[in-house]
Design a binder for this molecule. Structure first.
Ligand code: FAD
Ligand code: SF4
Ligand code: SF4
Length: 477
């Protein structure tokens, strides 16, 4: 009987790729996890018990065929593992790096539930596709025949690019418009290199371009070209513009110099990684070097800001969050990484104002958790008489993002939005109330995850292809 290659979770312990030491990694912007060697990837993949009903797969937004690619990896059939993996995911090596796996696939692995430590799904997914790139298995979209129809995609983030890839593979003429100079959206200018190195994103952009996707960069819809013009020039339009309006802080001194937005701070730092000149960094405005930095917020953006400030050589970095650690929205893994790198967390602490202009301190209220609110989360309550001032000469606001008012900015009042300002779009297709106009990613969901943007982009591309095919069939009758 053939030797059983799987179910090794009893004899083989969970083993993540090695993490660089905190005092080494906190000085640069390179990724912090090393790659698996082949033998280690095979060994870790072999821990999977090949569940008949794989909860990992049902909790992956892309429903990746995880058990199959784990088995193929465990048996050394990496090219086939790559084929299976890329069949459902446009950017597997990116998801393998930055999905919050503890909340998605890995958090629902039955082995984790039985106390053996989850299969390291994300790291194996990254290994498979990094290997595919090294071996030249990742190819640009190469349609077997060209189609006449054209689709405009507004926004070159993961949602827009996932749709671009699928449509182009089917031979559709695709033009991606973006107001930035480089494609990738938040993969390029939001997420720092220590989570996702920039060449990983750029090589994907290059592949799409090599496959015939047209990129019109430095082109802001509503300013450089009107939305109406875009609609008239294409058979369908996908809005994939993300959410960029930063939530603000109120209170005395909130307008002081030295209080900056997280997105501006992270964009400046990411631009430096490309070797760009960034005047706001050179002037010190968006540079944490030698400063006492306070970051306000408890999500992934806040975690990226604190860890960037450490790498820029801040004198101290503190993170203020109004709830406790158990109730923070950011990933526990990233919080632990930040702590290892020297970030100090002040839980149950909320700003009520600022001292100095330029800022020299944050007036902080101590909080406790009270009764659960409508969403079931315990609401923070102020502890009277426990206020203090936290010294700070750079304050970074990382309180989340809201959508821009697209119907007003684009002079298109018929584009329906929800009460949160996100675009109203059909759940499985992305179709909006406007004929031929679709929307995907954060602009529909609100600030979400890369993997959900990819899912939306793929679903939307499929819906557009169905519609184009149906129109073609009718025309041929
Ligand atoms: P985006 O990636 O935001 O791309 C939208 C694009 O549209 C941008 O390039 C923008 O320039 C362009 N655009 C906007 N308006 C216009 C216009 N009028 N004309 C032309 N172009 C326009 N998710 C994870 O899964 N893991 C993480 O670790 C993670 N970390 C994050 C860290 C930070 C700091 C932030 C801010 C987000 C993070 N996210 C993370 C969330 C993730 O990045 C987003 O959910 C995802 O990028 C959304 O994709 P999208 O395609 O909808 O939009
Ligand atoms: Fe897990 Fe994300 Fe990969 Fe899905 S895409 S298997 S959730 S890492
Ligand atoms: Fe394998 Fe875990 Fe998925 Fe089961 S839930 S198939 S053990 S990875």
């Amino acid at each position: 009987m053939a030797k059983q290659p799987m179910l090794k979770f009893i004899s083989v312990d969970r083993d993540m790729p090695a993490k660089r030491a905190a005092d080494e990694r906190n000085k640069d912007f390179h990724e912090i996890y090393a790659a698996y060697a082949e033998a280690k990837a095979e060994e870790q993949a072999s821990r999977c018990s090949q569940c008949g009903v794989p909860y990992c797969q049902s909790h992956c937004p892309l429903h990746n065929n995880i058990p199959d690619w784990l088995r193929l990896t465990a048996t050394g059939r990496l090219e086939e593992a790559y084929e299976v993996s890329q069949a459902t995911n446009t950017f597997p090596e990116i998801c393998g790096r930055i999905c919050p796996q503890d909340r998605l696939c890995e958090g629902n692995c039955v082995i984790e539930q039985s106390g053996h430590g989850t299969v390291t799904i994300g790291s194996v997914e990254k290994y498979i596709t990094d290997t595919a790139w090294e071996n030249g298995w990742v190819k640009p979209p190469a349609p077997t025949s060209e189609r006449e129809e054209s689709v405009a995609i507004i926004g070159a983030g993961p949602g827009g690019l996932a749709a671009a890839d699928m449509l182009r593979r089917a031979g559709v003429q695709v033009t991606v418009y973006d107001r930035y100079d480089r494609a990738g959206g938040l993969l390029t200018y939001g997420i720092p290199g220590f989570k996702l190195e920039k060449d990983i994103v750029m090589r994907r952009n290059d592949q799409l371009e090599a496959g015939g996707v047209t990129f019109k960069m430095n082109c802001e819809i509503g300013k450089d070209i009107s939305f109406d013009e875009i609609r008239k020039a294409h058979d369908a339009v996908i809005i994939a513009t993300g959410v960029y309006k930063s939530r603000d802080l109120q209170g005395p001194g909130a307008g002081a110099a030295g209080i900056v937005k997280a997105i501006d701070y992270l964009t400046a730092s990411n631009r430096l990684s490309f070797g760009d000149t960034v005047p706001e960094f050179d002037s010190g405005e968006l540079n944490a070097e030698g400063k006492k930095v306070v970051v306000i917020g408890g999500g992934d953006t806040a975690m990226d800001c604190v860890r960037t400030a450490i790498r820029q050589g801040a004198e101290s970095v503190k993170c203020l969050y109004r709830r406790d650690r158990a109730n923070m929205p950011g990933s526990q893994r990233e919080t632990q990484n930040a702590e290892e790198e020297g970030v100090v967390f002040e839980w149950l602490a909320a700003p009520k104002g600022f001292t100095g202009d330029p800022v020299n301190g944050v007036m902080v209220q101590r909080m406790r958790l009270g009764q659960p609110d409508a969403s079931g989360r315990q609401s923070p309550e102020v502890i009277e008489g426990a206020d203090y001032v936290e010294e700070a000469d750079l304050v970074i606001k990382a309180l989340g993002f809201e959508p821009e008012d697209l119907p007003a900015l684009w002079n298109e009042p018929a584009l329906s939005v929800t009460r949160w300002g996100t675009i109203k779009a059909a759940f499985t297709t992305g179709a909006t109330d406007l004929d031929g106009v679709y929307a995907v990613g954060d602009i529909v969901r609100g600030a979400s995850l890369v993997v959900w943007a990819i899912r939306d982009g793929r679903d939307c591309a499929e819906a557009i292809l169905k519609k184009l095919n149906a129109a073609k069939a009718i025309a041929a009758e």
